[in-house]
Design a protein around this ligand. Structure first.
Ligand code: NAD
Length: 483
């Protein structure tokens, strides 16, 4: 278990760190050992009510802050996170089970995101004003929405929290963040760091299980926008509950990214790319390179090269990489025993051939071997559903047309990639792939300036980029009679 001085177990409400009103605590497990790592506030409806009440009150003055003032606060948050980056990476590694060097790599993006949002706050504009009706002057005000609920998943707890709070606060909203019940530690630590940066009530963090506080938060009619990153089924549910008071929703949901590999692709680059993007974070990534579709001229060579590369992935305890110069694992455990069981169930059903991996690792923790499934059919469960684990399928398409057709033939539309030296094929991918992101000859890099978000059942709305900040605003038309 973590030393109590290493983490913050309390909610941030009204600018103060407080226990849950009930005094109850939740156990947080460590995926690498299956043991209790920490105990944090187990909030309920009373805590939600207190957070929303103070956020609504705080909004009355926060909405009047200038973009420059909000930018200063976000820059201060970025600075304190940067200062505590090593500790936050340590908490993330223990809580999510990601190797420490991997957790460390996420911190600069978190800091850069916040700095981007700080700058973006100062660039927001309404479209040009003018006399569109003779005798009347019109202009557009871009305003914050009000109190925004941000609901984060467990796979990148701090990064996803940043994508929730950064644009919300940049735009002048008050933000209530609910981290995942499984991984609240970095969000709660940031709550402690942020305590004196924002006016009381502007930023709140509430930990608890979705069954105790999820619907209470989303159904509260003082919430103007609910922003979720999570499973598609959770998105559908939240959209229904939010519709009860016509709250806006921003949904970043599941994915099933195709990786189209054409005959002329650079094989070494493809293998390196799939090993990195298919197994990063134990494959628990909504954009994971999990669904490879290769054309006949490269399929066999690709499998021959990919299998040993995947077998070479070092799996181990996340904290083994704590010494920056020392040896460290590349992949840790899955988030929970239940999650691992659900993946093993799917592997037992696939009509593809498991050519490497496919087994739970014995011993403590929720480890699973990096796995490749060869040539499942297009309707197979492994192709059509999100496993969210270290499992990559490799299909053999008859030709380029079939590769494109299979790529789009899933309910998801978050991210995709194509690997080819042919400009015409990459241009076709940009046009025809029905995904919010198309990478050409790479898979997974993201950056603060560019939008991230899905189509179809992967949801709607964009994270990062100026588009994200715009989504946390509302547009008002002001019209003045001039004659
Ligand atoms: P999840 O849907 O189980 O939980 C996500 C969050 O929603 C958690 O905080 C959870 O407590 C909360 N929640 C669940 N039910 C709720 C309810 N009724 N009301 C309010 N909140 C509720 O997802 P997860 O297992 O934490 O994360 C994995 C999923 O997230 C995968 O499907 C993955 O693809 C997706 N994801 C998507 C993106 C993206 O950018 N599109 C990024 C990361 C993860």
């Amino acid at each position: 278990m973590l030393d109590p001085t290493d983490y913050n177990p309390r909610n941030l409400i009204d600018g103060r760190l407080v226990d849950a009103a009930s005094g109850r605590l939740l156990d947080v497990l460590e995926p690498a050992t299956g043991e209790i790592l920490a105990r944090v506030a187990a909030s309920d409806a009373d805590d939600i009510d207190a957070a929303v009440t103070t956020a609504e009150r705080a909004f009355r003055s926060f909405r009047r802050t200038t973009p420059g003032e909000r930018a200063d606060m976000l820059l201060a948050l970025a600075a304190t996170i940067e200062e505590h980056a090593e500790h936050l990476a340590y908490l993330e590694a223990r809580n999510v089970g990601k190797p420490i060097p991997v957790a460390r790599e996420e911190l600069p993006l978190v800091v850069d995101n916040l700095r981007f949002f700080a700058g973006a706050a100062r660039t927001m504009e309404g479209r040009a004003g003018g006399e569109y009706l003779r005798g009347y002057e019109s202009y557009v005000r871009r305003e914050p929405i009000g109190v925004v609920a941000g609901i984060a998943p467990w796979n990148y707890p701090l990064l996803m929290a940043t994508w929730k709070i950064g644009p919300a606060l940049a735009a002048g909203n008050c933000s209530i963040l609910k981290p995942s019940r499984q991984t609240p530690l970095t969000a709660l630590y940031v709550a402690k760091l942020a305590q004196d940066i924002f006016p009381a009530g502007v930023f709140s963090v509430i930990s608890g299980s979705a069954s105790d506080i999820g619907d209470q938060l989303v159904a509260d009619d003082r919430i103007g926008l609910v922003s979720l990153t999570g499973d598609t089924s959770t998105g559908r549910h939240i959209a229904k509950v939010a519709a009860g008071h016509v709250a806006q929703t921003h949904l970043e949901l599941g994915g099933k990214a195709p990786v189209i590999v054409l005959d002329d692709a650079d094989l070494d680059a493809v293998v390196t790319g799939i090993v990195a993007a298919g197994f990063a974070n134990s494959g628990q990534d909504c954009t994971a390179a999990c669904r490879v579709i290769a054309t006949p001229g490269i399929y066999d060579r690709l499998l021959d090269a990919l299998i040993p590369a995947v077998e070479a992935i070092k799996v181990g305890n996340p904290t083994d990489g704590i010494d920056p110069d020392g040896d460290h694992p590349e992949m840790g455990p899955l988030i929970s025993a239940t999650h691992r069981s659900s993946i093993l169930e799917v592997l037992a059903k696939t009509d593809g051939r498991i050519v490497t991996g496919g087994n739970a690792l014995s011993g403590d923790g929720f480890f699973l071997e990096p796995t490749i499934v060869a040539n499942p059919s297009q309707n197979d469960v492994i192709v059509q559903t999100e496993q969210f684990g270290p499992v990559v399928s490799v299909q053999r398409a008859a030709d380029i047309d079939e590769a494109f057709s299979w790529a789009n033939d899933v309910e998801f539309g978050l991210a995709s990639s194509i690997w080819t030296q042919n400009l015409n094929h990459s241009a076709r991918a940009a046009r025809d792939l029905d995904f919010g992101c198309v990478w050409v000859n790479d898979h997974m890099p993201i950056l603060s300036e560019m939008p991230h978000g899905g189509f179809k059942q992967s949801g709607y709305g964009k994270d990062m980029s100026i588009y994200a900040v715009e989504e946390y605003t509302r547009i008002k038309h002001v019209m003045t009679k001039t004659e």
